[in-house]
Design a protein around this ligand. Structure first.
Ligand SMILES: *Cc1c(COP(=O)(O)O)cnc(C)c1O
Length: 397
């Protein structure tokens, strides 16, 4: 297993220890508690001297199998999981931050993460410094002043900006910061932040890992010593992953490499097609040579991911007319699913901002985010073509 390719690991890893009765699939253990007749054994498990389970808020075999699979895909020593991606982020930050600490991050983190930075951490007397995403000089300057945590996300939502993880992780280490990377957009197949020097890597498992938009979850991987602390915070505070969700994640992850491979291929082809469409003003995809940090993306990613965005001429009005014409796309807020999913940035990732704030962040009102699905790309391109033609024929922009 150790030397096998990542796709083989996605299918097999993390399951063997949890199979029972000769079953070939990991069982969903819904039991909340675990019984012991031997009081000494119960005690030993309860205090962590012996392996085993006590109570579902702490550990569960189905959930552990999920954690093991992700840990192996990220090349990590250990992993712990959560009810959602946001729980992974908030619990991790709360595990390490105390009043007076300083955290450096970027302006384009996921909307919920940005809310933690701007709304919740300041009221706990944590100083939050948010740099312009992709401005490495500014980030290096802020990190050099010292910080407890350097928090990164790459690529970002919705304009898929890229941060040089290796360069920033090195700078973070020099000041003793804990370097955390949200790897949701890239997936463990395309990017492994731990091998680039990060201390911790996390995912909203709701997205590509699960892949079917039918279960919520989060997971964080890293060295045992750090994961132990995060696990302890989570087991007490209670944002535990549901065993049924863990099962859906395990099942989803068996096809992770097939799905993501197709999603990357579709994203590249769709991005190239969109560049030729006269109603499109700009296409954002790290796989395009026109992307400002394409070189960094090429260096740290195996492939460029299934997420892209593009801006249309005519702004919101064009968006309003264009998106309902698409046959093969859900108009929804999630991403990473097998179906292509589209949404305006002003409604999805940056709904909390004013138009002025969005403009300041370089997010045009006519920006559309696309999470490419696994459909046949010819159909997806034809679908976009007919939608654009409808707009042009009816002079709707
Ligand atoms: C969705 C998402 C999250 C939050 O995950 P939930 O499972 O919705 O709580 C965090 N980071 C990124 C990049 C995301 O896309």
């Amino acid at each position: 297993m150790k030397d096998s390719k990542v796709g083989t690991k996605a299918v097999w890893a993390g399951e063997k220890d949890y199979l029972v009765h000769g079953a070939t699939q990991v069982p969903v253990v819904l039991s909340v508690a675990y019984g012991y007749d031997d009081m000494d054994e119960w005690y030993d498990v309860a205090v962590g001297k012996k392996k085993g389970h006590i109570y579902g808020r702490n550990t569960n075999p189905t959930v552990q199998s999920f954690e093991d699979k992700v840990k192996i895909l990220e090349g990590a020593e250990s992993a712990t999981s959560f009810s959602t991606g946001m729980a992974a982020i908030s619990n991790t930050l709360s595990t390490f931050l105390v009043p007076g600490d300083r955290i450096v991050s970027i302006k384009d983190t996921y909307g919920g993460t940005n809310k933690i930075f701007t709304e919740f951490l300041p009221r706990q007397q944590v100083e939050v410094v948010l740099c312009d995403t992709g401005d490495h000089e500014q980030m290096l300057k802020e990190v050099a002043k010292g910080c407890k945590i350097l928090y990164l996300e790459s690529p970002t939502n919705p304009t898929v900006k890229i941060t040089d993880i290796e360069r920033m992780a090195k700078a973070g280490k020099e000041v003793g910061a804990l370097v955390i990377v949200d790897n949701t957009f890239a997936t463990p197949l395309n990017q492994n932040p731990l091998s680039l020097g990060a201390d911790l890597v996390l995912h909203s498992a709701t997205k590509f890992l699960g892949g079917h938009a039918d279960a919520l979850g989060g997971v964080i991987c890293g060295p045992e010593e750090l994961i132990e602390k995060i696990y302890h915070y989570r087991e007490i505070n209670g944002a535990t992953m549901d065993p049924m969700a863990a099962y859906l994640m395990l099942r989803g992850m068996k096809t992770l490499h097939l799905r993501v491979r197709q999603q990357c291929e579709n994203a590249m082809a769709l991005a190239k097609y969109l560049q030729t469409e006269e109603l499109v003003e700009g296409v954002y995809y790290p796989g395009l040579e026109t992307h400002p940090n394409h070189d960094i993306a090429k260096k740290q990613m195996k492939d460029f991911g299934g997420m892209l965005s593009f801006a249309v001429k005519g702004g919101v009005d064009t968006v309003r007319n264009l998106l309902p014409k698409l046959q093969y796309a859900n108009r929804a807020a999630n991403l990473g699913a097998v179906e292509t999913t589209v949404g305006p940035a002003r409604t999805t990732s940056h709904v909390e901002c004013t138009p002025e704030e969005r403009a300041a962040m370089g997010i045009p009102e006519g920006l559309i985010r696309v999470s490419c699905g696994i459909e046949e790309i010819e159909d997806i391109i034809a679908d976009f073509e007919q939608a654009f033609n409808f707009i042009k024929e009816n002079e709707l922009c």
